[in-house]
Write a protein that binds this ligand. Sequence first.
Ligand SMILES: [Zn+2]
Length: 940
Amino acid sequence: MIRHLQYTRARLAQRSERLRAAIRPETRPADELLVSPAVDRISWDEAQTLTYRPAELGERFGPLWATYWFRIRATVPAEWRGRRVELMWSSLSEATLWRDGRPLQGLNTGGAGERPDAVIAESAEPGSVELQVELACNGMFGDMDRSAELQRCELAVVDPDAWRLYFDFETLRALELETRDEAWAGHLREELARFCDTGDPAVLAALYENHNGSHTHELAAIGHAHIDTAWLWPLAETYRKCVRTFSSQLRYMDDYPEYRFACSQAQQYAWIKERDPDLWSRIRAKVDAGQFVPVGGSWVEPDCNLPSGESLIRQFLHGQRWFERELGRRHREFWSPDAFGYAGQLPQILRETGITRFLTQKLSWNRFNRPEHHTFVWQGDDGSEVLGHFPPADTYNSEVTVGELAKASRQFLDHEHSQTSLLVFGYGDGGGGPTKDMLETLRRASDLQGLPRTTQVTSEEFFDRLEAEPGERPVVVGELYFEYHRGVYTSQAAVKRGNRRCEQALHDAEFLAVARGGAYPRAELDRLWKLLLLQQFHDILPGSSIADVYGDARRDLEEVEAAANALCGDGDELVNTIGFTRRKVVGERFVEAPPFGTARVVDADDEVRVDGLTLENAHLRAALDEDGRLLSLVDKATGRESLAAPGNVFELYDDDPVAFDAWDIDPYTLATGRPAPAATSYAVTASPLRAEIAFEHPSFTQVVRLDAESRRLEFHVEVDWHESHTLLKVCFPLAVRAATATYEMPFGYAERPTHYSTSWDRARYEVPAHRFADLSEHGFGVALLNDCKYGYSCYGNELRLSLLRSPKSPDPDADMGRHRFAYAVLPHAGGWRDAGVVAEAMRFNVPLRRTAAIEPFAAVDDPNVVLDTIKRAEDSDAIVLRLYEAHGGRGSARVRLASPFASAHRANALEDVADALAVDGQTIVVPYRPHEIVTVKVET
Ligand SMILES: [Zn+2]
């Protein structure tokens, strides 16, 4: 015998190909193939009314996003009786196979996620077969580099022995290439070659008797199809992706009883329930059978940095309630493989919504520091803990290759204290899910020498196993900052502005409906919230989708805002919808308003004075120059100058990332800043209540405003933006030294370094934030507020707000056109907490609402505690108050309600009632811990 490694491996590869070719020994073309004209995404019923004409193989179909319906008539010959018969289809596109008006399975060819085969009969009856195919002129990832083309449409008969033999052989062949155990590899080579010589299946069977040792890594495998709710395709296509994916996977569950398929996002289930009751009943049957596994508890898989704290709570409130109502269960895990970072209050929000477990994968993409653990306790800002897991294969789209199985075990970082990890397998992002090939490989790899021991489990079973493991787990505290995709805090500015405005409009609509009493517009609020939650999906709000998605998003956000404003009602009074007092200029008047109450006109205790380009009131003296720069900003109470150098400098940066255009701001970008063209003219207007300087720049205007009594200097900007691969920031070099800056985040804040000392510091060169960022040293600081932005950077004393980007992919027109936004500088004595920066950021964001007067509704006596949300309970007319501790302090707040009430209880964010709270007349006593989010349910 002559042994030769390369010849042997080449021969094994050749045999594998031959075995694969033998799986379908015979095929038959269709007898008749008809096609409709190009149509929109229509229903099956509508498709039946179309006119059909003969179609030819080789015919091309387009344009992108068009749909064609096909009618296929084919004959199963007598000699195929009793055998498995499949349709083999290739159109270089996505497609859905229909039979008798039901979606049977998804088909996909021409790129990622190949799925050309669909079983027509397990045991065929001879005779005529009629099928329909809905061809979508798009690929799994949307756009295609060529048009759809009908390449194949035929019946095939399957040889089940050849099918099994191929996978028996191929799994072992792949293992020979992958294993690092030379003795085992040598034996595999020798025996696989012997199989080639003899063709004896017993040779392979004997190899499968080589099991794993007694101590080996356990891989828990769960099928999945990450279906981005919108991304490189619009929402309307997502529904069809769901139909294709779910119908395929339901069929595989019949063939593979061990198969488990995890599916998240209540929104996607809700679409199916609404539009395809038959498919929904098939899903429910497999849910009951334990194979179709709902996971996640959220409405969609949202971005986890940019939505407000209340929005994040609503993601789970609506998700959990939907799963509970429709499927009789709440979920215990947050399933979020793909979001771009996770705010530090998320563990608490999860615990408050019944969730104790957390799955992501995304942090394996970090560009500076890889996560140090795959299994850990994630402790939030307030100390709430959830059990976190990152699948060590570093993908949520595993194709279950032998190499991936081995890699999952090899890369696992926690072998010392854990023996289990999760493998999430199946084509994803564009949906699709597992194929039968993957399920066959899994069967064979379940207990084979050289591979982790692999079983298919539900998500519950996996986390139960993890929880049952003894030993101490590492604890990871605070936000999980994603060291990648830092452009998503800024891309698609209109959607971000819409999100901020919709959050506020819904907040106001809920509060005013409670404050006024009467019928609560429950159904409309439910509808509007769900429409907003959908826009917070992790490719919509971040700005990483195609233009069509943003057309839909702008329309939906405008609808939410307009409808929520309509709920707020008309009137001639000005109502304060936040929990802080207001004194401010409105038009020609000066008004004062209590928390959650109606404003009245008062005299201002102050007047603004203008001297050239210097504006001054009782608190601030601001000096600008003709270029529009802020030369000096003095806090008069302390006498402190805020600026170390001219501020309010608009800077343009080269922003052409090496990959992920809409997603990324690359590390080099922040070194490329240059001042934008200076103002060419200005005009001053002044009254005792308000002074403004309007600067005209070549491509934008800005109005610098100082009001009587105001502690902040405001900048209102309008830009007509037509740049390419350019980032616009505004810079304020502050006369402040601090090693960390503070950034508002959902129901809390994050402190992040102002230097690049370590790789962890450097990685945070651009960070997410909500309504403010603040740089404070002992005794003095400066906050930079914004009304619709989410990206900041701070290096040394230079605090910058990211205003606009201009990525060209995947939306070539992203951010082109007109924008309006505002920011403000707020110098303050003391730190940001004592200075009331949170309140001032809320005041800056929330105008007094012009509507009918209300009686003052509620007030909190404690500066640490924000009374944020006031709504009716989901299931009763009880009033729900949501408060959060904003400073990291501890104490007991007194919440006074204007109207008498019967009782007050602590509740979780799902509004399940817990302990009664002490009540003193009309005052509720709310003890609180640092960073605590408190839900109070008040029975009236
Ligand atoms: Zn995704």
